[in-house]
Design a protein around this ligand. Structure first.
Ligand SMILES: C[S@@+](CC[C@H](N)C(=O)[O-])C[C@H]1O[C@@H](n2cnc3c(N)ncnc32)[C@H](O)[C@@H]1O
Length: 404
């Protein structure tokens, strides 16, 4: 599951300060590109198609960021729905691949396939990601996509028809309290996996406890809930609050947090947390990015996996303990003359660590190569004492490669 990185990248472009070096590069599966082209009625990188997508993306980007308050049920608008599918679905579905790889490696997904539910599916982003990932592995999942909007579930059904994958759809409003006994038309668990992508930030925090209870009722005992939301500060903090609520009510965090308790980034005044992956943009996304001024060269998300059942310790996962700190890097490394600095999340707290170049040894050299969201094992006196900011020549720092 975890191994020490033995192949640090020596690409001079990637060696700049903020670059992400570890982890996979995400790509769009050709089957998705073909399905999207079919739905658009022609090649995605054709001029008129790019212009149409770009116009919708520009509106969506304004509505989902600066003009959020009045944006309403934007997926009711056919142009926005099509642009969402071609751009936001295409840049969100692949984010699931490394998360699913990790859960599969942890033995938390049924071998060969299982049952999955997506809530707030939009045009089918999560179920599409899962179906494409499963097809690559020869697995068969039974998928149910739900949303409060009929137009969204219809769009998901259309995408799956174009993908030639089976899909069930249902209308499900997460704000409507569940009825007991549940009507026969309700979605019925147990599900091995529930996907919740980019929807928590459209829901009021006051409903989080009820939402988590409802999801728990749908999950199999060892089932997992994947929550994946935008990486921007306000949206990230919003979903980290849901994570804290879950932890307070007995859920286990299976990934990516190095500690099980409340999120220290949320406890800080303005902290947030996100991961990022290199993305090999197809030509049409590059063209849309050029036209809109957006840049999806790197895909980012605040994400976590929750389960009612604890994760099993992996034989290869280093356990933190006396003199050993498992640390998740929280931001870009800062390199100043003679030293580098990092903020890490470790042992349920945020710590700022520094290593001076004169203290560099082969055992701690990884420190100078760490970037956002890397996981590192720090061993030695600096790990032992939470008060210590400066690591020294007698500390070892090892970047761990996670199965992603
Ligand atoms: C930003 S879109 C995300 C769509 C898809 N999950 C994705 O990641 O691309 C938010 C989705 O949440 C749905 N949604 C908002 N409030 C909802 C609610 N109360 N119950 C169910 N779905 C809801 C919207 O209709 C929309 O499809």
């Amino acid at each position: 599951m975890f191994r020490r990185c033995e192949d640090p990248c020596d690409d001079p472009v990637l060696m700049t300060r903020n670059a992400r070096r570890a982890g996979p590069t995400l790509r769009l599966p050709p089957r998705l590109v073909e399905a999207l082209s079919r739905l658009e009625g022609g090649p995605l990188d054709g001029g008129p198609v790019v212009r149409r997508i770009a116009a919708g993306v520009a509106r969506l980007n304004r509505g989902l960021t600066r003009e959020r308050a009045g944006f309403g049920a934007y997926l009711r608008d056919p142009e926005l729905r099509a642009a969402y599918r071609a751009y936001y679905l295409a840049t969100n579905a692949p984010k699931l691949f490394p998360v699913l790889d990790r859960l599969a490696a942890q033995g938390r997904l049924p071998a060969g396939g299982g049952r999955a539910l997506e809530v707030g599916c939009g045009p089918g982003t999560g179920v599409a990601g899962l179906a494409l990932w499963a097809a690559e592995r020869g697995e068969t999942w039974h998928l149910t996509a739900t949303d409060a909007l009929r137009e969204a579930t219809q769009a998901a059904a259309a995408l799956f028809a174009a993908l030639a994958f089976p899909l069930e759809t249902a209308i499900l409003d997460l704000r409507t309290p569940p009825v007991t006994p549940a009507p026969a038309t309700d979605v019925a668990g147990p599900f091995d996996l529930i996907l919740c992508l980019n929807v928590v930030n459209e829901l009021p925090p006051a409903g989080d406890a009820a939402l988590l209870d409802r999801v728990r009722g749908w999950l199999a005992p060892r089932g997992c809930l994947i929550v994946l939301e935008p990486a921007s500060a306000a949206e990230s903090r919003r979903v980290l609050a849901l994570r804290d609520r879950a932890v307070a009510t007995g859920w286990h965090v299976l990934a990516p947090c190095p500690a099980a308790g409340p999120c220290p980034a949320l406890a800080s005044a303005d902290g947030w947390c996100h991961g990022e992956w290199h993305f090999e943009r197809p030509a049409y996304l590059q063209a849309v990015d050029r036209a809109t001024g957006l840049r999806r060269e790197v895909l980012k998300a605040t994400w976590f996996v929750l389960s009612p059942a604890a994760g099993e310790p992996s034989a290869s996962a280093p356990t933190p303990g006396a003199g050993r700190l498992l640390a998740r890097v929280m931001g870009a490394r800062t390199d100043a003359k003679g030293r580098s600095e990092l903020e890490v999340c470790a042992d349920g707290a945020l710590r700022r660590l520094e290593l001076q170049t004169r203290d560099r040894t082969p055992e701690n050299a990884d420190f100078f190569d760490l970037s956002r969201h890397d996981l590192a094992l720090i061993e030695g006196p600096g790990a032992q004492n939470p008060g210590i900011r400066r690591l020294g020549a007698d500390d070892a720092v090892t970047r761990l490669e996670e199965v992603e």
